[in-house]
Design a protein around this ligand. Sequence first.
Ligand code: SF4
Length: 461
Amino acid sequence: MGKLKLLVMPSVFIKTYGCQMNERDSEAVAAQLSAKGYTLAASEGEADVILLNTCSVRDMAEQKAIGKMHSVAARVRRHRPKVVLGLLGCMAQSRGARLLDQLPDVDLVIGTQKFHRTADYLDEILTGKRDKIVDVETEAGSEAAIKEHFPHGNRGASGEAARKVTAFVSIMQGCNQYCTFCIVPYTRGEERSRTIPDIVAECRQLVERGVREITLLGQIVTSYGKRDVPVQNGKSAFVQLLEAVHEVEGLERIRFTSPHPKGYGDDLVEAYGRLPKLCESAHLPAQSGSDRILKLMHRGCTREKFLGIVDKLRRVQPRMGITTDLIVGFPGETEEDFEETLALARAAEFDNGYLFKYSPRQDTPAAAMPGQVPQAVKEERNARLLALVNEISARRYEALAGERMEVLVEGPSRRNAARQMGRTRCNRIVVFEDAVDRRGELVKLKIERAGSFTLYGTMNE
Ligand code: SF4
């Protein structure tokens, strides 16, 4: 990389906002840069390159990243004017070059189809070939460019490697559903899927490095390969992919996120009973319990269909852990509509729910709909729904006390390093004490008690 080859390679700090897809994109960018010789900085204060991987799903996420970049530019640039500042991901994609007007200190703006170009663009800036770079173009084949992982698992800022037990594998990009509240189809583009052999090869490599559980990732994974892989023997492209990944020797568990309820055909429901590595957990975004609101949202699913899927899944796997996303205060939502959402939560008995107060996103149809709900009403409905979801969740967690459950041990607990943590097949976190480091092992634990979204287990018979 030009003159810099003579010097110590720069260090990079990446801060990630938003969802697991963004986490995975940042991980791949960090691995790409690391392979080129960059080191990973523990904080922005010691980095030569500071990148913010941004989220656009809610206005608050965008404002946070913009505020952060303002403060980084003011603090870091004052003492170290040569530090390179970059914005990646969804907000970079949706705002493009306009970000340079708002944040003139930013050097690099990279959209969602250009993550794999980060190292090249940094080289050009660091070697003085170019001052500023903005690239938010579409690129054919970019969905297959998010595949790098660290050779030995997660790396701390000091570069030390720890064995990685679980990994995310990006299988597709984009979404064609165009829910009226959602900005994702505009920031991530049309659905584009990787091939089954390409995905399986990445899974195989991860397992060779010690990974035991893989989560297949995409904005709408159940639409995987729809246009490219024909249905075979009644099995959708996504179910065919699950079968192919299931064949990877040494892999113990498979999960996926995020699906769409309409993608839960009988072939997928039936796969939960047939593929032992497919964990009995499902994230099923309901968004609302009112058919009128679901139609306005363009969700392509009704309340009855949704509850039918929940019912079928629990019949195939009675222990199925089901989580959801729910939006309160969508334009036009009346008290009656909201009560239907409360009733849906009661009927579905979710293990957990992620609640969102509707936030208008520029250029999405819902932002211009009549009947925008006042903030105070959104707050009040959110509090009521949260209380209900938490009450149901606590009851379902407590019901597991006394059971013996299989747990994949992921490593020391984040809150208490003297304890180890892992997950059940139904995706509940379990913490337990044991002197032996069991990272990567499947253990049978007795669940002693339930805390807030955590189970406490013992190795005792
Ligand atoms: S299916 Fe999900 S990602 Fe696609 S538009 Fe709807 S909410 Fe957004």
